[in-house]
Design a protein around this ligand. Structure first.
Ligand code: ADP
Ligand code: MG
Length: 455
């Protein structure tokens, strides 16, 4: 099994790594021992389905989190961030407490640190002095949180002389990012470790597997940020969707005579019932009603008390949710899982109209996210519409949604006119956004995965 590569990086004065090194020397009065990096990602298709057990199709982006590190025997963790928005942090490395209510940035670092120490059963962890530098826009659907968690785990692994494979690190980080309170799947962590420059990946779960996907040569993927932010750990939007999926799978399982308490994910129910994805969509129509379910109705169907339901199905920040929209969420998940398979197949078979087919799949994905999964927002819908009017063959929200970025597939020879048009129609209309176009609207190529660098 493949491990994270250890390579050399040139740390020139005035380069990014040079500036990080300067900050390190200014903060700790010495040079870092090594650097670790983990990238963000853009999900091309397959939204909100990784935590249901279904395959997704992301690629890593160039934007990443880099951490400069020196380890010692002080028993202390010291964190400094190059961005003034994120304050310094220090604690006893043997006494880590992660605050779910207020997910201040250092808590994401603690997730990776604690996850790695527990996984590898490290009893006397090395003290760490770190400088963190991130270039992924936060809470924008490009997975800045997982890049930080993965990078922190990598730093901890290297400092404590451990060697996990990319696959082990991916699974471990998917698990430990949940310490922050979000019940995510494993896409973000998997692509951060398993990405290879130049290729998108189909990521499959249980067991985790990544397969290269060759994208058409005549298109470019362009990311545009709506500049509406939503922190996933500070709000319950994300976990409510996870719980709605869990409840829908449990009700389908119970209605079909399965031991419903053993099921948490649609993919497992589908497999147990031996259904195709199309058949699963029909089962949803047959079993679930379109109106929202009250908690009482769910308890009645599953024959449990509200307290038992909290144990079998809810998360800490969804205990007070009163209604659940099960039919539409389930329909989105099964149909989106199908679109991912069609996207992959189209990339493999390369029909003459491949880019049109892929574009339409992306458009359908957005419509489903907007109307059935209800994880978009007005500005993001407007941005996606503008992208389609500006020449994109397809455009959709990417990442959890409720704000953040759209990803558009644009004919390679039309990228300049596309960027000009989106700049005018979305960013140019708003004085706050006018100044920030280049960091929020950019073409992207599949980037590389996590790495350790020595100077
Ligand atoms: P995303 O979609 O980017 O993953 P999340 O809401 O899951 O968004 O997580 C965003 C949080 O991650 C930020 O509020 C911040 O706490 C943390 N974060 C992101 N980038 C950085 C960074 N460069 N330095 C420190 N913390 C960061
Ligand atoms: Mg995140």
């Amino acid at each position: 099994m493949e491990n994270v590569p250890v390579g050399k990086v040139s740390v020139e004065i005035n380069s990014r790594y040079g500036r990080i090194k300067d900050k390190f020397m200014g903060s700790y009065g010495k040079k870092p021992d090594y650097y670790a990096r983990a990238s963000g990602r853009v999900n091309l298709i397959g939204e909100h389905i990784d935590y249901c057990g279904y395959s997704v199709l992301p690629m890593a982006i160039e934007q990443d989190v880099v951490i400069a590190v020196s380890s010692n025997d002080s028993g202390r963790l010291q964190l400094v961030n190059t961005n003034m928005e994120y304050g310094m942090f220090e604690c006893d490395i043997n006494d880590l407490s992660i605050n779910k209510e207020k997910p201040v940035w250092h808590n994401y670092f603690l997730c990776g640190l604690k996850g790695l120490l527990e996984h590898c059963k490290v009893t006397s962890p090395k003290g760490l002095q770190c400088v963190v530098d991130g270039t992924i826009p936060k809470s924008a659907g490009l997975s800045s949180s997982s890049a930080l968690v993965c990078c922190a785990a990598l730093v901890t692994m290297h400092a404590n002389g451990q060697a996990l494979s990319k696959k082990e690190l991916s699974d471990m980080c998917a698990h430990c990012e949940r310490f922050i309170g979000t019940e995510g799947g494993g896409m973000d962590q998997a692509i951060s470790f398993m990405a290879n420059k130049g290729t998108a990946k189909l990521i499959e779960f249980n067991p985790l597997k990544s397969t290269d996907v060759e994208l058409p040569e005549d298109v470019v993927f362009v990311i545009s940020n709506s500049c509406v932010e939503l922190n996933k750990a500070a709000t319950s939007h994300f976990n409510i969707r996870v719980v709605e999926c869990r409840l829908a799978s449990q009700i389908i399982a119970k209605t079909k005579g399965l031991k419903w308490r053993e099921f948490k994910r649609f993919a497992d129910v589908q497999k147990a019932l031996g259904l195709t994805l199309d058949e699963a969509v029909n089962v949803v129509k047959e079993i679930l009603h379109q109106e929202p379910y009250t908690k009482e109705e769910v308890c009645g169907i599953l024959e449990v008390t509200a307290d038992e339901l909290a144990q079998t199905s809810l998360s800490a920040n969804t205990l007070d949710v009163k209604t659940f929209k099960l039919h539409d969420r389930a329909t989105h998940v099964f149909s989106e899982a199908n679109r991912v398979l069609q996207f992959k197949k189209t990339c493999d078979l390369k029909p003459a109209d491949a880019s049109v087919v892929l574009g339409n799949l992306m458009k359908d994905s957005h419509t489903s996210c907007r109307d059935l999964y209800q994880c978009s927002c007005d500005d993001l819908d407007r941005l996606v519409d503008i992208c389609c009017q500006s020449g994109a063959l397809g455009s959709r929200l990417t990442g959890a949604g409720w704000g953040g970025c759209a990803v558009s597939m644009v004919p390679a020879n039309q990228v300049d006119s596309f960027i000009k048009s989106v700049t005018e129609k979305y960013y140019g209309k708003d004085d706050r956004l006018k100044e920030k176009v280049t960091e929020n609207l950019f073409a992207t190529q599949p980037g590389g995965g996590a790495a350790i660098y020595l100077e």
